[in-house]
Design a protein around this ligand. Structure first.
Ligand code: CAA
Length: 240
């Protein structure tokens, strides 16, 4: 039977490329999305990948949605925690709401989703969890204390959970993307983005498919000895 994967934020941007990459590798994919029904339905029509709507910041919704997916598609073997948001602003301007929202979605979402699949993966002695961190969680970024803290948290979360999963055949790894050509990065003011791209040794933004490639590598059946690692895919912008 084909492996089953959940990709959070799986119908747009980096998540879309990951969902398609896993599908092309013969995996049955459930793509989570939070907001835009129209875009999600168009994604399903285009790719044949089923979409499921819930908020990864909502613990109970994560548990219920994973149960629904397992009843429809089978036990979940692969979890890609990709859902993420930005609410950029300098410390002076950042509200407590913008802090909470980014931490709850980006970091809380990883906990909620891992919790929802963890017992099943332990019972079946197999699992692949890939958490999408960020270069800005490794290096920090002006105007992103919330996002950098959440992404940095993801890197710590990954290393701790990897230790807990190791004896049960569950690998837990992170990818730290640099600046990728997505709507999220397109929202950065053009003059600021231009300066950031000028500092990328490869000389361009990354492509979503270049992150998907890393996810496929970490989710491979023969990847059982790769756990607790962080794969940086950033065009050489930060060598860590
Ligand atoms: N270092 C030092 N100073 C900086 C700076 C930097 N990197 N960036 C801006 N400043 C300074 C400005 O020069 C300005 O100084 P003055 O007031 O003396 O002129 C001051 O900080 C305020 O800057 P802004 O006018 O730009 O302030 P703002 O409040 O309008 O915007 C900001 C601030 C929201 C942080 C904006 O600069 C911004 O969007 N920056 C980009 C943040 C970013 O990279 N986000 C990444 C999003 S994509 C992503 O996160 C995906 C991923 O994983 C990589």
């Amino acid at each position: 039977m084909a492996r089953v994967a959940i990709v959070t934020g799986g119908s747009r941007g980096i998540g879309e490329a990951i969902s398609i990459g896993l599908r092309d590798a013969g995996i049955t994919v459930a793509a989570n999305y939070a907001g835009n029904d129209e875009k999600a339905h168009a994604f399903t029509a285009r790719t044949g990948i089923k979409t499921y709507k819930w908020d990864v910041a909502d613990h109970d919704a994560c548990l219920a949605s994973v149960a629904t997916i397992e009843s429809e598609l089978g036990p979940v073997d692969i979890l890609v925690n990709n859902a993420g948001i930005t609410r950029d602003g300098t410390m002076k301007k950042m509200s407590r709401d913008h802090w909470d929202h980014v931490i709850d979605v980006n970091l809380g979402g990883c906990f909620n989703m891992a919790k929802a699949v963890w017992a099943g993966m332990n019972d079946r002695k197999y699992g692949r969890i890939v958490n999408i961190g960020s270069i800005n969680g490794q290096a920090g970024q002006y105007g992103q204390v919330n996002y950098a803290a959440a992404k940095s948290g993801i890197h710590g979360f990954t290393k701790a959970l990897a230790q807990e999963g190791a004896r049960a055949g569950i690998t837990v790894n992170a990818i730290a993307p640099g600046y990728i050509d997505t709507d999220m990065v397109a929202a950065v003011p053009a003059d600021v983005l231009e300066k950031i791209v000028a500092k990328i040794p490869v000389g361009r933004l990354g492509k979503a498919e270049e992150i998907a490639r890393g996810v496929l590598f970490l989710c491979a059946e023969d990847g059982g000895f790769i756990t607790g690692s962080t794969l940086s895919i950033n065009g050489g912008q930060h060598m860590y």
